[in-house]
Design a binder for this molecule. Structure first.
Ligand code: ZN
Length: 323
């Protein structure tokens, strides 16, 4: 019997407030491609917006449930993914400092952390983001966006998870999710999944007295790990169940198949398949342009479209045309 293995991050999903502000920031300022405009399958009156590289390669995909302007605000804290880190080319840091300053963002760094340079800032809803200079590359760089390909985000570097006690989460990462302990500094423990070059790093930040996170706009909802295929997913589903985790049934997310469970520090983990992928209902050229609905919602399309706020291509109030 063949075994497929988890190879780092598949996608990360967060909550935002206003959808247009979200598009303007992630597609307009950070230059990610909007690869899918669909709805929250569990709450069809809200969008589910997907950003990524040119084709939405697993390891590059950041998604949002925009709850709307004025919605309940979340707060990063323990029991959550608190920082989302992207890989950018090592020599693009100066470009990014200028670009983010032009966008009026308050930036910190770059600082040195382990072997990399790290630039920190927040998105419009307060989610903490990082750009990490690495030599990670991909042949799916999005080069038709506002950021030139020499500086474009390659995908995730990794994520930081805030926990009260790191040991049980570390055990899960290393024994079931394919990660190896790499190094530590202070209360930061780094784990790496060597099967992937994108989305391969998890830092556990141990905060024994840390304030608990609160779900809402500006908080990360869950992190998904990638598994190549359905048999691999079923195998890990039964292994996790045997260890006492409450694992959901397999859910059809149209672009991947998912199972969900809470890890020992209560962070929501998902395991998502690489297939069928984002090209299942659109071509590479038209990805993200039209509202896509799964077959089971098509009959309600006009009602759903009427309930959604209209969003446009990135509206940026400042010219960022750096080369
Ligand atoms: Zn997900």
């Amino acid at each position: 019997m063949s075994h497929s293995h988890i190879s780092g991050i598949h996608h990360i999903t967060a909550i935002s407030a206003d959808p247009q502000q979200n598009v303007d920031f992630y597609a307009g300022v950070l230059g990610l491609r909007m690869i899918k405009k669909t709805i929250n399958f569990d709450a069809p009156d809200t969008y589910h917006l997907y950003y990524g590289d040119k084709i939405g390669t697993p390891g590059s995909v950041l998604t949002f449930f925009p709850w709307g302007a004025g919605s309940w605000k979340g707060r990063g804290g323990t029991g959550q993914v608190t920082v989302i880190s992207f890989s950018v080319p090592e020599n693009s840091m100066e470009y990014w400092i200028e670009r983010l300053q032009l966008a009026d963002l308050s930036i910190q760094g770059p600082i040195s952390r382990f072997d990399e340079q790290v630039l920190s800032f927040r998105d419009p809803d307060g989610i903490q983001l990082e750009l990490v200079g690495t030599d990670a590359n991909t042949d799916q760089v999005w080069s038709d966006g506002p950021v030139p390909s020499h500086a474009a985000i390659r995908g995730f570097f990794g994520a930081t998870l805030a926990v009260r006690n790191y040991q049980n989460t570390a055990k899960l990462l290393t024994e079931k999710l394919g990660f190896k302990f790499r190094q530590e500094t202070g209360n930061r423990y780094r784990f790496v999944n060597e099967r992937s070059s994108l989305g391969s790093v998890v830092d556990l930040l141990e905060l024994p007295a840390g304030q608990e996170g609160r779900m809402g706009a500006g908080a990360v909802h869950h992190i998904a790990w990638r598994i190549p295929d359905d048999p691999g997913q079923l195998k890990i589903q039964s292994e996790l169940s045997e260890q006492g985790y409450q694992v959901s049934p397999v859910m059809d997310r149209n672009y991947f198949h998912s199972i969900y469970f809470r890890e020992p520090e209560r962070i929501l983990f998902e395991i998502a398949t690489d297939s069928p992928g984002f090209l299942v209902d659109e071509t590479i050229d038209t990805l993200g342009q039209n509202l896509k609905l799964p077959a089971w919602y098509e009959s309600r399309r006009s009602e759903i479209e009427a309930s959604l706020q209209k969003i446009k291509a990135p509206q940026i109030p400042y010219a960022i045309t750096m080369e």
